[in-house]
Design a protein around this ligand. Structure first.
Ligand code: NAD
Length: 317
């Protein structure tokens, strides 16, 4: 993992290699490296001033609940690259033979173990608190572990679905996994489970690699991204697409709106600021290096997010 200094130097060098980004970089890279506490303070101020803040989260926010990420230093795929290759074949196998796919799921131990038994950590709770304060309007998560919902987040988009639900491949209805006795269906040779609404084949709601993002989820995520003026990105390597496109869409959308208002003859709104994009992550990501995010607070979400909430609250009191 790189130090804070290295993270910002990395940003600087990457941007300098791209002349188009150079001008913007000059405004993004601080002359002196801000201390972690300063950045936490800055994030609290940005959040308190925002009108429509949303959070994007990834596997990193759940590592402190005991569920491993994929690409972090101790990630499942970092330690076992063959698991990544197998994951990429899973959806093909489902399409070819859903019955065998289900059997395989029910007889092998998944990479995350027993997700029902996991508990949310202080990072998840901090986001709930920001929502309760009326600052955070929505959480869009890549995680399939159900921990945001368990923590109490209300406006939640599970971009890659949930391991605790099943989804119909035909009508997209979702059902709790506990509504079905899957092991009994296997014993009775009645797999795959079928949709009680339309009779279509049910799959786990979690989206496999190569599987399209369900359109309801994709549409809601885009709507929230277009609306936001602040995006708090927590614990993601930001390399899985199309999810990793959302920060770029937010960044470009605000610039486009500003340009449109100036170019269309209507008065330019001087107050229309570009979106603020903040990353809280253990290491820099492509968003950090390409200058898509305004700043990175490098460290653990379970430690940094509660501190941000504390600062937001102390501003209020
Ligand atoms: P990733 O594994 O690619 O990246 C995780 C990032 O979080 C890394 O950059 C890592 O350094 C950082 N990180 C780890 N612990 C952290 C902590 N405590 N605080 C701050 N940062 C931390 O994960 P991704 O970007 O979410 O992409 C992986 C894909 O796999 C996702 O699409 C997701 O659906 C799935 N996945 C889900 C879970 C889960 O549901 N909990 C777990 C693993 C993978």
């Amino acid at each position: 993992m790189q130090s804070d200094d290295a993270a910002h130097l990395g940003t600087w060098h990457n941007q300098r290699r791209n002349p188009l980004m150079h001008e913007r970089m000059l405004t993004l890279v601080p002359k002196a490296q801000p201390q972690m506490e300063d950045l936490i303070q800055k994030a609290a101020r940005d959040l308190a001033r925002s009108e429509y803040a949303i959070a994007l989260t990834g596997a990193g926010i759940s590592t402190e609940s005991g569920i491993r990420d994929f690409r972090g230093p101790s990630g499942i795929w970092t330690k076992d690259p063959s698991a990544e290759r197998r994951a990429y074949q899973s959806y093909e196998r489902f399409l070819e033979d859903p019955r065998e796919w289900w059997k395989e799921r029910l007889t092998s131990k998944g990479p995350f173990g027993d997700v029902e038994k996991l508990e949310p950590n202080s990072g998840h709770h901090a986001l709930v608190e920001l929502e309760r304060l009326g600052i955070l309007k929505c959480v869009i998560t890549q995680n399939i572990d159900g921990l945001h919902e368990k923590a109490g987040t209300k406006n939640l988009v599970e971009y890659h679905g949930s391991a605790l639900k099943l989804r119909c491949t035909l009508c997209s209805s979702r059902f709790g996994r506990d509504q079905f006795d899957l092991y009994r269906l296997m014993r009775d040779d009645r797999l795959p489970p079928l949709c009680p609404t339309c009779g279509g084949i049910l799959k786990t709601d979690s989206v496999a690699f190569g599987e399209p993002i369900p359109s309801d989820v994709s549409r809601r995520s885009l709507e929230e991204t277009w609306k936001c003026d602040l995006m708090l990105i927590c614990g993601t390597s930001a390399v899985v697409y199309p999810f990793a496109q959302l920060p770029r869409i937010a960044r470009e959308n605000k610039f486009a709106r500003k340009g449109m208002m100036t170019g269309s003859g209507s008065p330019a709104d001087e107050n229309l600021e570009p979106v603020t994009i903040i990353e809280v992550n253990a290491e820099p990501t492509p968003l950090t290096r390409e200058g898509v995010s305004d700043y990175l607070i490098q460290g653990k979400t379970g430690e940094i997010l509660p501190k941000i909430v504390e600062r937001v609250k102390s501003r209020d009191s």
